[in-house]
Design a protein around this ligand. Structure first.
Ligand code: LLP
Length: 418
């Protein structure tokens, strides 16, 4: 199961270690639940995609884990940021990411956001009749997001390129938006697509890229304009359980780059510069969540192992039916002889992190490690049941540093007004 964990994961004297740090040491020092990120894995994935598509511009889809330290680490690896709110923009700017390293998205951008984007010199992706508002806000450089009616093979909540999607513009509308932006003297640098998320292969991308090339031909014919940049979004999946397919980031990115070059060539268009926005694939496997077992209930037919977190730190099982697995971090060498369900602590029956996983017979006090939880976990966490959010630490070379501190009860009380 270690292949689901970060690259530095080891089992030493019966215990899981990450980045040279023992799980029990991390839990003891920083408390649980705890998000542990492996620096070597973050850098490894960043280097993998940069090496696979050396000519492309890569932007970290920061919604997967909007964190200043991780954004800085990505910037250090030559990767910019894709942001979709004023908050994500603020974090990226705090990480020193500005100008052409920054792409601003959103199907509902406030004027304040457009002004902040303009101030930071970001490229703004138009997703509606907002060219004039963008120009008024001082934005200079834009892309236009096109939706080409492709049903990507993923959960419907994270499919974005289909007909009727709330994201992007169908071709006729996108064409008028390019025209409007050109008339306003905006630098219309190119086109954007994003077909969906957690995709195990590139079939959705490839189908969309071909349609996009046809759309580019139409833009050239009708507007005398050709995109210099083609942003194919993110969407590369990761493996959360062994039954899921591997989705090697470098290979998938290279397939997409080849498809763009091929489609553009076939349609007699000059090769554009490629932009990519991977989120999950850069941070997902680097992150592990550590939980403490609080309660074990052996009932007829099911053993409930209740931990000190749940949907407040990872809503994905409930939202998308996402599957995870777990390892007994404190007894990693013992045979996994009991099939259990891992429950969260929250007050609803849907708060089940894992339906069915084998562990050494569990006991209160055990430490569990859930791999492949680096993306869309802390990012989507909540204070449900007035639960403070966990901390995140970055581990490398036997050292750990907090990159997001644990929330406290005082943080929660500080927001109350009475
Ligand atoms: N670019 C755009 C315009 C996006 O909308 C997204 C994700 C990305 C890039 C990054 O996609 P990724 O490489 O991470 O798949 N909360 C959901 C995922 C929502 C993804 C939204 N957009 C989940 O937990 O699965």
């Amino acid at each position: 199961m270690l292949e689901l964990f970060p690259d530095t994961a080891r089992i030493d004297v019966g215990e899981l270690s990450l980045g040279g740090m023992r799980a029990s040491g991390l839990a003891g020092q920083f408390g649980t639940p705890l998000y542990v990120y492996c620096e070597a894995t973050l850098r490894g994935r960043a280097r993998e995609i940069r090496a696979a598509v050396p000519d492309a511009l890569v932007f970290y889809g920061s919604k997967a884990f909007p964190n200043v330290a991780v954004l800085r680490l990505m910037a250090d690896e030559g990767i910019g940021a894709d942001v979709s709110t004023l908050g994500e923009l603020a974090l990226a700017r705090a990480a020193g990411i500005e100008g052409e390293q920054l792409v601003v998205h959103g199907n509902a951008k406030a004027d304040e956001e457009l002004r902040a984007a303009a101030e930071s010199g970001a490229t703004v992706v138009l997703d509606g009749d907002e060219a004039e508002r963008a120009a008024t806000a001082g934005v200079r450089r834009v892309l236009v997001r096109v939706t080409l009616g492709v049903e990507a093979d993923t959960h419907e909540a994270i499919r974005t390129g289909h007909h009727g999607s709330k994201f992007g513009l169908p071709p006729d509308h996108a064409l008028r938006t390019v025209e409007a932006a050109l008339a306003l003297d905006l630098e219309v640098a190119g086109l954007h697509i994003h077909v969906g998320s957690q995709l195990a292969d590139t079939s959705g991308h490839l189908e969309t890229i071909d349609l996009l090339a046809r759309f580019a031909v139409r833009c050239r014919a009708e507007l005398g304009w050709t995109p210099e940049l083609v942003n194919v979004g993110g969407g590369f999946g990761i493996r959360h359980v062994l039954e899921e397919r591997e989705a090697p980031l470098g290979e998938l990115a290279a397939e997409v780059a080849e498809a763009v070059a091929r489609s553009w060539g076939e349609h007699g268009l000059a090769a554009p510069r490629l932009m990519l926005e991977p989120g999950r694939a850069l941070v997902g496997q680097a992150g592990v969540t550590l939980y403490r077992v609080l309660n074990v209930k052996r009932l007829d037919g099911v053993t409930w192992v209740a931990v000190d977190g749940g949907i407040s730190d990872n809503p994905r099982p409930e939202l998308y039916g996402a599957r995870y697995t777990a390892l007994s971090a404190s007894r990693a060498d013992q045979p996994a002889t009991e099939t259990v369900s891992i429950a969260g602590l929250h007050c609803e029956s849907g708060d089940v992190l894992i339906d069915d996983v084998s562990l050494p017979p569990p006991r209160p006090g055990d430490l569990l490690a859930v791999p492949a939880t680096g993306a869309y976990t802390l990012a989507m966490s909540s204070n449900y049941n007035a639960t403070p959010r966990p901390a995140a630490v970055l581990v490398a070379g036997g050292e750990a540093r907090v990159v997001r501190r644990r929330e406290t009860l005082d943080d929660l009380l500080a927001l109350e007004v009475w």
